[in-house]
Design a protein around this ligand. Structure first.
Ligand SMILES: [Zn+2]
Length: 276
């Protein structure tokens, strides 16, 4: 297994069963992990077998670095000293980025299954299509099919000469600043979404919109598409509710103003600090 593609999505197991295969198990939207000091450890096949617990909605996810990955929901209550249940935001602080992204994929698949038990067209029961090449839920009556999907959102770092636009969001109480983001509207291009969100949130126009990178945002199934852009025109004006303050900040001012993490929002700010 080389490291060109670390995660290989698949409906059917790609490798022989291994005691080290991963289990991403949720109960009430929280992931089961083993606690080890400050770290959270994902249970392996052996661990789950030893716990002897009942599961439902189990799915094969694919393989990570040659190990099969499974996800499912736990029926039983578990009271073990070494086991913890964590929501994904909390989890992100105690695991590496790959583990977090794997847990996000599991969360997405399990939510998709939950939300597609009944057909959106005729209301009949949906069933899981058992095909090696396709993960789908099919209506038993009319044949309507659904697949796991992601909802795009944009996130953009806007620069003006040697300064970066940062905004403080009114919904979060942590008083930290961040770059602008927002959900893509139906049928909207990512570029139009960048223009619209920046204009709506801070009242300025941008130019030279360039792709930066992407990252799943599993609350529950979004995908952040990151961009960088340059200031074109206008004065900063915030609505005072969604955004309570925004301004241009220099490299010297920014450290300490934002929450450092492996989130793409943090990566965009670090791109500005290092490379711009
Ligand atoms: Zn139907």
């Amino acid at each position: 297994m080389d490291d060109y593609i670390l995660f290989e999505p698949s409906v059917k197991p790609l490798y022989e069963k291994n005691n080290e295969d991963y289990w991403f198990l949720f109960k009430n939207n929280k992931l089961m992990v083993f606690k080890e000091e400050e770290k959270s450890i994902i249970p392996r096949w052996n661990d789950v077998e030893n716990l002897n617990i009942s599961l439902y909605g189990t799915q094969y996810m694919g393989a990570y670095c040659g190990y099969n990955c499974y996800c499912g929901e736990i029926i039983d209550d578990i009271y073990e000293e070494c086991i913890d249940f964590m929501d994904l935001r909390t989890l992100s602080k105690s695991v590496d980025e790959d583990t977090y992204l794997l847990a996000s994929k599991a969360n997405l698949l399990l939510n998709w299954l939950k939300l597609n038990q009944y057909c959106g067209v005729c209301g009949s029961k949906m069933y899981r299509k058992d095909s090696p090449s396709e993960r789908a839920m099919i209506c038993s009556n009319c044949g309507n099919a659904t697949w796991p999907r992601t909802s795009p959102a944009i996130i953009v770092a806007v620069t003006k000469d040697d300064k970066l636009l940062l905004a403080k969001n009114g919904q979060f109480s942590n008083r930290m600043y961040g770059v602008i983001s927002g959900f893509v509207e139906y049928g909207e291009t990512f570029e139009d979404c960048v223009k619209r969100e920046v204009y709506e949130e801070v009242g300025i126009k941008v130019k030279n919109i360039k792709y930066f990178g992407s990252q799943p945002w599993p609350y529950p199934n979004s995908m952040m598409i990151g961009f960088i852009a340059e200031y074109l025109d206008g004065d900063i004006k915030v609505d005072g509710e969604e955004i309570i303050h925004a301004d241009w900040f220099s490299k010297e001012e920014i450290p300490g103003m934002y929450k450092k993490s492996f989130s793409i929002g943090s990566q965009l700010i670090e791109w500005f600090l290092k490379d711009k």
